[in-house]
Design a protein around this ligand. Structure first.
Ligand code: PLP
Length: 399
């Protein structure tokens, strides 16, 4: 028996395990410290009442022989995919078909699993800094030497530049806006350049819009399909996690348009084959919960939570600016990307913030080499703790 040696190419420890370990050690050494965590990208507000009601009803249906449901349809029940189709696409002027939407247990699984349908020798362009799952899953699939890094720096407002003419053309391009970790959003004009590039070179874009719900300004697209001709070059990954607080419930979806044809084969067919073989669907109760997100009450209630997180991010952004830091993001994103002072590394500043303010951030270097010199703070905490953390940062660092 031999193992998949690609796994040995992965970095030893996952970023958040190290953050948690360091935080635990600090807490043990300083039991009096009142630690505030602005590190983790997880929601804290409970599921909204419309979702809870829908789940209670679904539980009762499962308890009755007449309404009990077994295995769900491979791509998800029509009721939820129809709600997704109408709300997220048709009502926004985007033509898609029901069988182009695949419901799943979240965007993380889809980000990783989608790699199954691509050849191992494809080259893959990935931004730096980045959500680590894109890199790690490509390494697991044996594409370690096929990764082309797209560096993102403050000079370009953390938007990756297109590969220069004459340089290697990536087969697959990962893009994520609003971005984790930098909080950057991309305009339609900017994304059009990538769509044109992908179509011209027959590359595939994997567009992660897990944070689209944070966008409130129409000049920033929520979906890659708001860009003309994106259906022939892009797969879109979406999640209910940050949109509706489903991080613990688990639901997301992936859009694979029929127009995506590579090597004479529709990617939609391949993804259907992959999912129907290796995935047995999202629970009925969760699908009813997801459907309820699109009800009139559900929409209002999730917007209340989203505004709350947005306001937290704004408080952090303005607070750290007032303390003299340079910062990015925080407007159409729950993340604030803080430029740390000269003389610190991401990890040494993580320690400084923990020691001086008892505030936990996430070191930017954990998201890639280009993240060195930055720290990510999140707006997913409570209002009271967010305000307290910002006060401590201002007190400690304001000149
Ligand atoms: N994509 C990005 C960019 C994320 O930051 C996250 C979660 O933090 C995900 C996907 C995963 O979402 P899900 O909870 O649906 O698996």
């Amino acid at each position: 028996m031999k193992i998949n040696k690609n796994f040995l190419d992965l970095e030893e420890s996952y970023l958040f395990s190290t953050v948690n370990k360091k935080t635990r050690e600090f807490a043990a050494a300083h039991p009096e410290a009142d630690i505030i965590k602005l590190s983790i990208g997880d929601v804290t507000r409970p599921l909204c009442p419309a979702v809870i009601d829908a789940m209670h009803k679904a539980v009762d249906e499962m308890a009755d022989e007449k309404t009990f449901r077994g295995y769900p349809p491979e791509q998800g029940y029509d009721f939820v995919r129809q709600a997704i189709l109408e709300h997220d696409y048709l009502n926004r002027g985007i033509e898609l078909k029901l069988d182009e939407i695949f419901l799943s247990d979240g965007a993380k699984s889809d980000c990783g699993n989608i790699g199954d349908i691509f050849a191992t020798d494809n080259t893959v362009a990935i931004c730096d800094p980045v959500y680590p799952v894109y890199i790690d899953t490509n390494i697991m699939n044996g594409r370690k030497d096929k990764i082309i890094i797209l560096p993102c720096s403050a000079e370009t407002n953390f938007l990756p530049e297109l590969p220069a003419p004459g340089s290697a053309v990536p087969d697959i391009i990962y893009l994520c806006f609003p971005n984790n970790p930098t909080g950057t959003v991309a305009s339609k004009e900017y994304l059009k350049k990538w769509v044109d590039y992908a179509n011209a070179n027959h590359s595939l874009i994997l567009y992660d819009s897990a944070y689209e719900a944070f966008i409130t300004d129409g000049k920033y697209p929520k979906s890659i399909y708001e860009i003309e001709e994106a259906k022939s070059c892009a797969i879109e990954l979406r999640s209910f996690s940050k949109t509706a607080g489903f991080t613990g419930l688990r639901c997301g979806y992936t859009v694979v348009p029929h127009d995506l044809v590579f090597d004479g084969t529709e990617l939609n067919k391949l993804w259907f084959r992959r999912q129907s073989t290796k995935f047995n669907g999202v629970s009925y109760i969760t699908q009813k919960a997801a459907e309820a997100v699109y009800s009139i009450e559900g929409q209002k209630q999730i917007q209340d939570n989203l505004s709350f997180y947005r306001e937290n991010a704004k408080i952090i952004f303005e607070g750290v600016k007032a303390a003299g830091f340079k910062a990015f993001g925080g407007e159409y994103s729950p993340y604030v990307w803080l430029k740390i002072p000269e003389g610190f590394t991401s990890w040494s500043f993580f320690d400084e913030l923990l020691e001086k303010c008892n505030v936990v951030g996430t070191p930017g270097s954990g998201f890639g080499k280009m993240g060195e010199g930055y720290l990510r703070l999140t707006g997913f905490g409570s209002r009271e703790r967010t305000l307290e953390a910002v006060e401590r940062i201002k007190k400690t660092f304001s000149k």
